[in-house]
Design a binder for this molecule. Sequence first.
Ligand code: MEV
Length: 421
Amino acid sequence: MAKSSKISGFYKLSVHERLKVLQEQAELSDEDIEVLSNTGALTLEQADRMIENVVGTTEYPLGVACNFLIDGKEYLVPMAIEEPSVVAAASNMAKIARVKGGFFTSASEPVMIGQIQITDVSDPFFARQAILARKKEIIDLANEQDPVLVKFGGGARDITARVIDSIVGPMVVVHLMVDCRDAMGANAVNTMVEACKPLVEEISGGKVYLRIITNLAKFRVARARAVFDKKTVGGEDAVEGVIKVYALALADPYRCSTHNKGIMNGIDAVTIATCNDFRAVEAGAHSYAAMNGDYKPLTKWEKNKDGDLVGSIELPLAVGTVGGATSVHPVAKVARKILDVKSASELARVMAAVGLAQNLAALRAIATEGIQRGHMGLHARNIAQMAGATGEMIDKVVEVLVKEKNVRVDRAKEVLEELRG
Ligand code: MEV
C-alpha cells in the first residue's frame, strides 16, 4: 500500500522528481525506478507531453502479421499485443485467403456523429422541426470552427434531430454529421457541437447540457470479405464446424461476446500499434454489434456454391492517420510506414481484414483441434519464464510442460529444478 496517495502538486513536478516521490511513497527499489526510466522509443519527455503525472511508459511486443493481400495490395501489418498466438493466427488465415485472391474491402465516408442534447423544451416536436429548418445555419457555424478540416475536404455535412423520452422527460437530440477525413475526429466534432450550443438553445428555447461525439460511429464503417478455399482451410468438416460455431454466436450473447473479442484481438492490436484510440474502437464495435437490440457477431460466415467458406465483416472504425498520438509516437509512425496506408479509410479497411482473419483463426481452431493446442507452446514459454527459466532452459522446460499437457508455474519450477540437477 502506498504511504499516501494524496501528493499535492504531483503534476507540477518533473518526471524525475515524480519518480523520487513515487519511490518513496510506493516503496520502490532502485531497480524498479530503473525499469520505469527505461522508456524505449517514446522518450520520457514525449510521454510527459502526452498525458499527466507521467512516471514512465509501458511497452507491448510489436509483431508483424504477414501474408495480407488486400484489394490486390500486399500489406505487412504491425500488431501490438501481449497475447501469444494472435499474430501467428492472423498471418496463417491471411495465407489461406490468398488462395482465392485475398481480402476485398470497402468503407463508407469517414463521417462521425456529434450529439447535442436539448432538455427542458416545452414543445419538443415543434423545437425539433425548428432546428431542422435552420440546418444550414448550424452546419455553417460548425464548419467555422475547423477551417483546416474544411480545406481538406471534410467538415459538417448534415443534421438530424429526434425526440427521445427519458426519465427526466422528453428531450430533443440533434446529431451533427461530420466528415473527419483522415483524423479520428473527436476533437473536431466536440469543438463543433460545443460551439453550436447557444444557437441550438436559441432556436429550441431549451437548455443544452450534453454536446459530444458518439462512439457508435455507424456512418464510418469498414468492410472486408474473403473466400477461404475449403481444402486449404481444413476440409468440409472444418467449413461445417466454423459455420456451426458461428451459429452459436448468432444465437447466444454469451458466445457472441467471445466471438467478437477474438475479432477485436486483431483490430485492437493494429489500433494500438498505430497509437489510435482503442477504447473508441472497442466502444464503437460493441455498440454497433448491439445496435438492433440484440448483441450480434460482427462477422458473418457462409458456404458458397463451391463449398468454400466465405466470411465478411462490417464494423465502425474511427481511426486516424493524422493528429493526436498517431503522429507523435515514434513507433506508431514507423508502424504506419510498414503498413503504407495513404488514408484513415485505408487503415480501417486493413483493420477490418485483420479482424476477419483473426475471427476465422479462432473459429477454425475451436471447431477442430481446440484452442489450447496452438496456445499451449507459447503460453508454456511465458510460464517457463515466470518460473525463472532463462536462455535455452526456456525451451527445455516448455518441451516437458507441453508433453505433459501441464502448463503450470509450480510444475515449471519443479521441471527447472530437475533440469538444473
Ligand atoms: C482469445 O483471446 C480469443 C478467442 O476466445 C476468440 C473466440 O473464442 O472466438 C479464442
